[in-house]
Design a protein around this ligand. Structure first.
Ligand SMILES: [Fe+2]
Length: 279
């Protein structure tokens, strides 16, 4: 589903960069959702939702994507639509892609990256994630339907929650919870993911402590609730997510976690116990 034909090279396929991330995120979400007390009836559709959540980036060339948004960070241009609109409040959602282009064009050209359709399409992967996701879902609707899958409006809102949290307003508590579970777990996977770290976060290694430092920002921003964070911390501390963590980092299951991570798991376990005792 994530693999797409390469329009610049007929006969070639761009392998879906996010497919392993999506699959692993799905397993993590299922584990955390059950522990967080989400009603069981939601789990099958939540599974479909999390598997498809990054389809809006199908066709991504990770190197080009990393270059474009790396330049944006260099020049202080926010790289997510939510942050862009927080900084430039007069910009509407529809204006965001062109606003972003007008601010980055020169810096890209100075670094030898011309604003081709391919570059623009990669900008849309973040600046119009909603439109791109919807187009991808529409294109794949016949294939999905042959598998008995219909993407319902709430499922789309869960997929879009990270970039468009405001669209969650008015949804039932369970749907909001699923949005939060996805943001927490997909970022847990992404911050543990060695390949992503190297390709587009400019990271040299992954450490559990840093993963949670990053995740706590989402809790502070109100994007993820304290309950979801506490559940994720508890499961991480217990070792229930060790296999997914090892996979994210390119380790085999029989390899041991880094000593620093085991120590951090113990720290997490102690803090989870303290919180449990005080509440
Ligand atoms: Fe993701």
């Amino acid at each position: 589903m994530y693999d797409t034909p390469d329009l610049e090279r007929p006969g070639h396929v761009i392998e879906g960069y996010d497919k392993e991330h999506a699959e692993r995120t799905t397993r993590i979400v299922q584990t955390v959702a059950k522990e967080a007390g989400l009603a069981e009836k939601w789990l099958p559709e939540l599974e479909v939702t999390t598997l498809l959540h990054d389809l809006g980036r199908a066709g991504m060339d990770a190197e080009l994507f990393g270059k474009i948004f790396g330049v944006a960070q260099e020049i202080g241009l926010p790289i997510r639509i939510r942050e862009l609109r927080a900084k430039y409040q007069h910009i509407s959602e529809e204006q965001a892609p062109d606003f972003f282009v007008s601010h980055i064009k020169q810096a890209l050209e100075q670094r030898g990256i011309a604003l081709t359709l391919r570059v623009y399409d990669h900008i849309l992967m973040r600046m119009d994630f909603k439109g791109r996701l919807r187009r991808q879902l529409k294109e794949r609707a016949p294939e999905l339907s042959s598998m008995g899958i219909t993407v319902k409006p709430w499922m789309e809102k869960v997929m879009l929650y990270y970039y468009y949290p405001q669209e969650m307003a008015g949804e039932p508590a369970d749907v909001k919870l699923m949005g939060m579970l996805l943001v927490a777990c997909e970022n847990f996977e992404a911050y543990n993911n060695r390949r992503r770290g190297k390709d587009y976060y400019g990271r040299r290694d992954e450490q559990l402590r840093e993963v949670f430092t990053a995740l706590e920002r989402f809790e502070r921003d109100g994007l993820v609730s304290a309950r979801v964070m506490a559940t994720l911390k508890g499961l991480t501390a217990s070792g229930a997510l060790d296999n997914e963590m090892k996979e994210s980092r390119g380790q085999t299951r029989s390899q041991a976690l880094l000593a620093a991570d085991v120590a951090f798991q113990q720290e997490l376990a102690a803090s989870v116990n303290r919180q449990g005792a005080s509440s």
